[in-house]
Design a binder for this molecule. Structure first.
Ligand SMILES: Nc1ncnc2c1ncn2[C@@H]1O[C@H](COP(=O)(O)OP(=O)(O)OP(=O)(O)O)[C@@H](O)[C@H]1O
Ligand SMILES: [Mg+2]
Length: 505
């Protein structure tokens, strides 16, 4: 055999050996990635980005598949389950050598192994699909990003009941969620924690430097790189636990829906994102607000305007509202270029971010704002925004515009109330809010001070169209069906708060 042929054969043999080594989990796995022994129900792997969570989950399933007939895989969405857990570079199909690899049936959401083991793929966006299913083992990937976290986890827990030792492996970068905290403190949980740095040798240089540049030294970096569960940011207006507690799956009937835009002017990579948030208000006397979608994007004015108009029609919205400080007329003309008939209102940020965000945060505290599903990027901005800090959280701004727009839109009295609320006397404001929510009243007309205020209250709907007294009463107003409009509305103002000159407020 010639030297050249011999060299080729040697190269092939080395390549074969390396390829076989790729599947040799016993040899490859770091000690923290190995299936723990002992008596546990949930193996909770809280680790930083790129630690090898998905690979560990997939390899654990491969081990389980040798012995157990029914295994469930649960991802955040169907795309995540398919593209990451099953078909991804660290997913199940990639970690198995040919002779061991299962057949994947995407339409049936299942994987069938040569030995007969059956794996079913579920997602946290459809928790009801888990209902009534049973399995011996379960792999949950990126649990902290699951849209219907509580419902899905409950269904997983019900279904995990076959065999003598039902177990789950949960692989996730953590977030300050109550469910994670309770799993962490559960005596049947085996916890593994790890940081991105541990897997540096196996990460592409570019991925590593990008992720490090982005997060190192930041508060969020403690979570994303070191997998610490952050306590709530003390200065922030929102907490994730608060948002989590009021999250809902279904939207009730909504009285009014708006699309709010916090526009960006340019479309370069470095330019700000354009915040686009859709929210709605129900018809209760003390209305509740629902964040329906976060469609924020980085792109040219035409791109974000198109997105906003699509959302306007898709959600049957009543109005598009946009921050007008930054080229407000431009915003309107870009929107009208796409849809000349769009109902548009320009709002002006004259009172500063904090004053604008505070009443909205107060509504969250009262459990009156609900996120319909998970809006990861938006919620990240909300829980990390500390008033006074530099930077421009555009999604958060758009959400604040949307909710405050719904508070004020078609309800000018409410808007006026909020301005008054920001003037220190909260006690007075609360008393007032008891009277005002849901009532459509005209702007204050006459100030008689100190002592009393008279407000004319023509009966109008939220678009300003006249409505009957009966309709006003149905909407929870305080207008009596016997009383002809306009109704003088009186209340006490013992401290003379309302009579202060506007400039001093
Ligand atoms: N023990 C290991 N030996 C060799 N390569 C590994 C090991 N652990 C992880 N890797 C590799 O590191 C890379 C990242 O792994 P993986 O995708 O599983 O990480 P992850 O924690 O799920 O990342 P993300 O946070 O993006 O979801 C993959 O290329 C994977 O093959
Ligand atoms: Mg992963």
């Amino acid at each position: 055999m010639s030297d050249r042929k011999l060299a080729d054969r040697l190269r092939e043999a080395v390549a074969r050996r390396e390829a076989a080594g790729r599947f040799d989990w016993d040899r490859m796995a770091r000690s923290t990635q190995r299936l723990p022994v002992g008596n546990w129900r949930n193996w909770l792997i809280l680790a930083g980005r790129g630690w090898g969570k998905t690979l560990t989950g997939a390899q654990t399933c491969r081990i389980w598949a040798r012995e157990f007939p029914y295994i469930a895989l649960v991802g955040a969405t169907i795309e995540d389950a398919r593209d990451i857990m099953v078909e991804g570079p660290s997913g199940i199909l990639s970690v198995c050598p040919n002779h061991e690899r299962p057949a994947y049936y995407p339409a049936k959401h299942s994987l069938e192994w040569p030995n007969g083991c059956k794996m079913s793929v579920f997602t946290a966006s459809e928790p009801e699909r888990l209902r009534g299913k049973q399995f011996c083992k379960l792999w949950a990937d990126e649990l902290a990003s699951w849209p219907y976290l509580r419902e899905t986890w409950d269904q997983c827990a019900f279904g995990l009941r076959l065999g003598k030792n039902p177990q789950s492996v949960i692989t996730t970068t953590p977030k300050p969620l109550n469910l994670l905290r309770s799993l962490l403190h559960n005596r049947t949980t085996y916890v593994t924690r790890g940081s991105t740095y541990e897997n540096r040798d196996n990460l592409a240089e570019q991925f590593f430097s990008e992720i490090i540049n982005r997060f190192e030294g930041t508060r969020l970096g403690k979570q994303e790189l070191n997998a610490e569960i952050l306590s709530d940011n003390p200065g922030a207006l929102w907490t994730l636990a608060g948002i989590e507690a009021d999250r809902v799956m279904k939207v009730p009937d909504l009285e009014r829906v708006v699309v709010a835009i916090d526009p960006s002017g340019t479309s370069t990579e470095a330019s700000d994102e354009c915040g686009i948030v859709v929210a709605g208000r129900d018809g209760q006397r003390k209305p509740h607000f629902y964040v329906l979608a976060d469609l924020s994007l980085r792109g040219s004015p035409e791109t974000w305007a198109r997105k906003a108009i699509l959302a306007y029609h898709a959600h049957g919205a009543d109005r598009v509202i946009a921050e007008g400080n930054f080229g407000g007329d431009m915003v309107e003309s870009v929107l009208r270029n796409i849809d000349a008939n769009v109902s548009f209102k320009k709002v002006t940020a004259s009172r500063g971010k904090l004053i604008r965000a505070e009443p909205v945060a107060a509504l969250y505290e009262q459990h009156r704002v609900h996120h319909v599903g998970v809006f990861e990027a938006l919620e990240e901005q909300m829980v990390n925004y500390v008033p006074g800090s530099p930077g421009s959280p555009d999604r958060m701004d758009a959400a604040v515009w949307a909710v405050s727009g719904l508070m004020e839109d078609g309800n000018p009295f409410f808007g006026w109330l909020q301005r008054w609320k920001s003037d220190k006397d909260k006690g007075e404001a609360e008393a007032m809010e008891e009277i005002a929510p849901g009532v459509t009243l005209g702007a204050p007309q006459t100030l008689i001070a100190p002592g009393t205020i008279t407000v004319n209250s023509p009966r109008t709907d939220h678009m300003g169209n006249p409505i009957s007294a009966a309709e006003a009463a149905r909407r929870g107003g305080i207008v009596s069906t016997q009383t002809p409009a306009p109704v003088p509305f009186r209340f006490e103002d013992p401290h003379g708060v309302l009579s202060r000159p506007a400039a001093r407020r």
